[in-house]
Ligand binder design. Structure first.
Ligand SMILES: Nc1ncnc2c1ncn2[C@@H]1O[C@H](COP(=O)(O)OP(=O)(O)OP(=O)(O)O)[C@@H](O)[C@H]1O
Length: 270
């Protein structure tokens, strides 16, 4: 389980996350909405343990272990992985080698996995060198498939992906999170049984909600101005935001505390 309690996080001296409480149980997938600049990527980077994201208050517990100040490589070993929105180009390292590194000593069928995400053609290329937006997403998924972590963080997996590849990306994420129908029916297990056996946890940032067409999310949240609120049905959140905008959406539930709500800025309507 991932448990985050009253988290406050600073980056370069700026407070980006002001109040985050979050619990993701084994088998659950949560979706994260929020306007640009509200701190969504910062939250994922903090969970991953990216250097520079300084926890000023609160704690992060994963699998019963306090990982608040644990270095990134130890979190990866514990089972946390991320598909980045804009990963850097790594010169001198081929994607094939990178996938091997992600597997962390496990025997993996790199070619077979690359085929699954339509990436065979790029295995010999330096990591992310000259890749298009959609190709980067598939490269990130391939690395995650090799790592196969227990908690998977996805930063806008739909952005830059065309309609045809959206199906591939959506189906791959559903499979990684044990939420595809093939898993349901494996070994003749009932859907309820398969649900109970799920162990993978997911946290997915989305602006469009397209990913919800491919997997069943257990809960949605809105991150607004560094404050996480509105744990509820993700489709209801989408509808609320589309109809009323984010500011109204976060006002429709009881905020973490009255003083935090009062600090929310007014978003201009133009
Ligand atoms: N190195 C940095 N120093 C100071 N501020 C930063 C730094 N990196 C990011 N920020 C700011 O932190 C805020 C939150 O950024 P973040 O990327 O977490 O937002 P987001 O919700 O993921 O946005 P988007 O939906 O646009 O991807 C933004 O205002 C951003 O400009």
């Amino acid at each position: 389980m991932l448990l985050i309690e009253d988290l406050q996080v600073e980056l370069s001296g700026k407070l980006l996350l002001r109040h985050v409480d979050l619990e993701i149980k084994p088998g659950e997938t949560h979706v994260l909405f929020g306007p640009n600049g509200s701190g969504k990527t910062s939250l994922l980077m903090t969970i991953l343990g990216m250097p520079g994201y300084i926890v000023k208050h609160g704690r992060i517990v994963f699998k019963g272990e306090d990982i608040t100040h644990m270095p990134i490589h130890e979190r990866a070993q514990l089972g946390i992985g991320m598909a980045f929105q804009r990963p850097p180009t790594i010169h001198g390292l081929k994607t094939r080698q990178m996938v091997g590194i992600c597997a962390h000593g496990r025997e993996v069928d790199v070619e077979g996995m690359a085929e699954e995400v339509n990436f065979s053609h790029f295995l010999g290329r330096e990591v992310n060198a000259g890749l298009s937006g959609g190709e980067i997403k598939r490269s990130e998924l391939l690395q995650l498939m090799a790592q196969n972590p227990d908690l998977m963080l996805f930063d806008e997996p739909e952005s830059g992906v065309d309609m045809e590849n959206m199906h591939l990306v959506g189906a791959t994420i559903a499979h990684l999170l044990q939420k595809d129908k093939a898993v349901y029916h494996a070994n003749g297990a009932s859907i309820a049984d398969s649900r109970r056996k799920r162990t993978k946890m997911g946290l997915i940032i989305t602006h469009t909600g397209y990913i919800l067409d491919y997997l069943e999310a257990d809960s949605g949240h809105v991150l607004y101005n560094g404050i996480l609120s509105c744990p509820s049905n993700p489709r209801e959140i989408l509808r609320c935001v589309a109809q009323n905008g984010y500011q109204e959406c976060v006002r429709c539930v009881v905020p973490p505390s009255e003083h935090l709500l009062q600090e929310l800025p007014v978003i201009s309507q133009d």
